[in-house]
Write a protein that binds this ligand. Structure first.
Ligand code: BMA
Length: 335
């Protein structure tokens, strides 16, 4: 990506170039597109189906305040969305009591070994948010595995292949000491262990202090797993959700290779700054163009709409090379 010199701002050696470029027709999906009454649509998982169709599994909040998931399909990933005429995956508290207050924020991973899509999502239980998992081949029927990480835990995605024989799941348990990203392993997607801290929220005034979480599923590159994560800044007027970038070792994904110091994307457009929850950009999914470099990143904007931004993997890695450091992964002393 070539950025005119006058658009580059230099601050303490960090380059702030527009790594994520908003689509001019943003937001691309809102409640107005919905075939049944809803409050809002945001935070969608994304994948490309075998025929090249882009599928978004959208978090839809109804007019009780509870969320379900609904699929929207498009030939070009930008417009012409065909939204399922009724909810695609609804909470089933009778069989899965942890879903009593809804299901939210899905991440989709296509797993070649299983020839299935694995969806991890937040199940909102009486005890708080937990991580649930379901499998599907077609986004019409689903096999639920139920809750796999108990509350409070969320922001989870599966890696698309086994690491050293085990499935690997990134997730974000919340503790009194902070909300950090962890990785856990399983032989069968049901039983999880070997829990490891993967990336820590920083402290104090940092943009990603106290609370971070995985955004879309990690992107496998020749250099490592490229990870977008969100950082939550608490301010007197509310929270600010922004995005940061880090790179992890391909065969040892708990090992952080590079982490940027500054955020790379934050709420700026009016549909990101104002909505049901102001100042939120929250991507849960991406698709990759046939060039193997261009990412289409789908993000929830202000908990009200779905927007699209494009980025180049090469540019993101170049930015991390120029601005990232592995020393930034300091462990909190008191974990
Ligand atoms: C997070 C999640 C997201 C939501 C964001 C802003 O904790 O619950 O679903 O978009 O807060 O409200």
């Amino acid at each position: 990506m070539t950025v005119p010199a006058e658009k580059q701002v230099s601050l303490l050696g960090t380059r702030f170039e527009p790594l994520l470029v908003r689509h001019p027709t943003n937001p691309i999906l809102t409640s107005k597109h919905w075939p049944y009454p809803i409050n809002s649509v945001f935070n969608a998982g994304a994948t490309l189906l075998a025929d090249g169709t882009t599928l978004l599994l959208c978090r839809v909040e109804d007019r009780r305040g509870l969320s379900h998931l609904c699929a929207a399909r498009s030939g070009n990933g930008v417009d012409g969305w065909q939204v399922d005429s009724e909810p695609t995956l609804v909470p089933d508290p009778k069989h899965y009591p942890e879903e009593i207050w809804g299901i939210e924020d899905p991440r989709i991973t296509f797993v070649p070994e299983l020839q299935q899509y694995v969806i991890t999502y937040t199940s909102y239980s009486r005890g708080g948010p937990g991580v649930s998992l379901a499998l599907t081949k077609d986004f019409r029927t689903f096999e639920r595995y139920g809750v796999i990480m108990p509350p409070d835990d969320k922001d989870s995605a599966l890696l698309p292949r086994r690491i050293d024989g085990c499935w690997a799941l990134i997730h974000r348990p919340m503790t009194k000491l902070g909300s950090h990203m962890w990785i856990s392993y399983s032989p069968d997607l049901r039983y999880w262990g070997r829990h490891r801290l993967m990336l820590e929220a920083r402290r104090g005034a940092w943009w990603d202090a106290n609370k971070i979480g995985l955004s879309p599923p990690p992107i496998e590159t020749s250099r490592g797993w490229l990870v977008f994560y969100h950082g939550v800044r608490h301010t007197p007027s509310g929270c600010l959700y922004r995005l940061g970038l880090a790179l992890f070792d391909l065969e040892n994904p708990e090992k952080c290779l590079l982490r940027g110091d500054s955020w790379i994307f934050g709420p700026e457009a009016s549909y990101e700054r104002h909505g049901d929850v102001d100042d939120v950009v929250f991507p849960c999914g991406y698709t990759m163009d046939p060039d193997g470099d261009t990412l289409n990143i789908y993000y929830g904007a202000a908990d009200c709409a779905i927007a699209l931004a494009r980025a180049s993997v090469r540019s993101l890695l170049g930015w991390l090379d120029a601005n990232g450091s592995c020393e930034r992964r300091q462990r909190a002393q008191d974990l």
